[in-house]
Write a protein that binds this ligand. Structure first.
Ligand code: SAH
Length: 363
């Protein structure tokens, strides 16, 4: 039974190949994609423009199975959060942020995260595994189905749990489905992949997907970034900026969004702002300042609002398009860096931490 093919795992090309391998015409892929993603139909008997025999065959070999919603919460400010169960030990979180004329869905790409950024609560959870295509696109499917209406979701950002570029093979197919006119039909400016800076995968993304890029920068120099975003030790700022330049090279309308979390007394001085301006003069850029969202046992604090305003002013006066991300959904732990889901940590980070603590005590 469980060996059935989950059709949520396939983009248009994959589904065409699948139909051909079933001895059917490839064009049925178009019909089925529409049924699944536009009409949110999961039962093959309802797919009335398919022949009876094809419907029967699909019933025997395939299913449409999205992640199970175990919990749904709505914030006072309209933000909604879904907790989805993947298998017995793993849960992920998906957040919808409605604004006046758009609704942005923030989705997860991995269970936990292996990158260990020092200010992120997902990092504390450790890492378990990559999400499948069905689990990634399934979050969009579930949210759109719950919300109803014709185009309930205007933007998708891969800024939930996980590092999307560490799961590029699956993320790529999910992006194809988001962009496909037969599915969600989102424009390349409305689908954004956020990365902590996996340079080789950024290059692959640029070659294979037509989407927007956000980079979690958080520091203007390597010494500080090494500390906040440890992947910087492998791919330092110079390489990262080069990859950003390459990403936007063929599209003069495109800008890279640089995310910058405001950490009190760590990366929020006037000097940092000026260094940031200098660094980003090399790329078509906009900056998204994110007030730090605290979580239990963090050593950081959010910069005071006056400091954030001053930081933003230096950037704006320097000609940089800068916005401050309003914290949304804080009352339901749905804000940036607060998504924790439930992760059965396979990286054994917790164990390593205990060992380190013990060693410190002994020495
Ligand atoms: N791994 C990807 C996707 C996660 S996106 C990336 O790093 O870009 C989540 C965004 O929220 C990132 O910019 C991340 O740095 C930021 N973030 C993480 N923890 C945060 C916190 N506690 N407060 C505010 N922003 C945080």
């Amino acid at each position: 039974m469980s060996e059935k093919i989950n059709l949520l795992n396939y983009d248009r090309e994959g589904m065409q190949i699948l139909f051909e391998s079933l001895g059917e015409k490839a064009f049925h892929a178009r019909q089925v994609l529409k049924w699944i993603h536009q009409h949110k139909v999961t039962g093959f008997s309802e797919m009335t423009d398919l022949s009876k025999s094809l419907r029967k065959q699909l019933q025997e070999v395939a299913i449409v199975a999205a992640p199970q919603v175990v919990f749904e919460q709505a914030s006072k400010d309209g933000t909604r959060k879904w907790i989805m169960q993947l298998d017995c030990n793993n849960r992920i979180e998906t957040v919808l942020i409605p604004e006046e004329n758009r609704a942005t869905l923030c989705i997860s790409s991995q269970v936990g995260c292996a990158l260990d950024c020092s200010f992120c609560s997902t990092a504390q959870q450790g890492f378990n595994r990559n999400l499948s295509v069905a689990e990634i696109i399934g979050q969009v499917w579930v949210a759109a189905k719950t919300l109803g209406g014709t185009r309930p979701i205007s933007n998708v950002v891969l800024m939930g749990m996980g590092e999307p570029l560490a799961n590029l093979a699956n993320v790529q197919i999910a992006l194809n489905i988001m962009r496909d006119q037969l599915a969600y039909g989102l424009s390349k400016y409305r689908v954004t992949v956020s990365t902590a800076g996996l340079v080789p995968a950024m290059q692959r993304l640029a070659e294979h997907a037509d989407v927007s890029l956000a980079v979690s920068l958080h520091a203007p120099d390597d010494a500080l970034r090494d500390e906040l975003v440890p992947i910087n030790r492998k791919y330092p700022i110079k390489q990262l900026i080069q990859a950003c330049q390459d990403f936007v090279r063929n599209d003069h309308k495109r800008k890279v969004t640089f995310e910058y979390v405001m950490l009190d007394g760590v990366n929020d001085s006037d000097r940092h702002a000026r260094a940031l301006l200098k660094l980003l003069a090399q790329v078509p850029a906009k900056i998204n300042l994110i007030p730090f969202n605290p979580f239990p046992e963090t050593r950081y604090q959010r910069s005071p609002q006056k400091r954030i305003d001053r930081f933003q002013k230096i950037l704006s006066d320097g000609g940089m398009n800068t916005i401050m991300r309003r914290t949304r959904g804080g009352d339901i732990d749905a804000a940036c860096g607060q998504l924790v889901g439930r992760v059965e940590d396979k990286s054994r980070r917790a164990l390593r931490q205990i060992t380190v603590n013990l060693q410190e005590r002994v020495s």
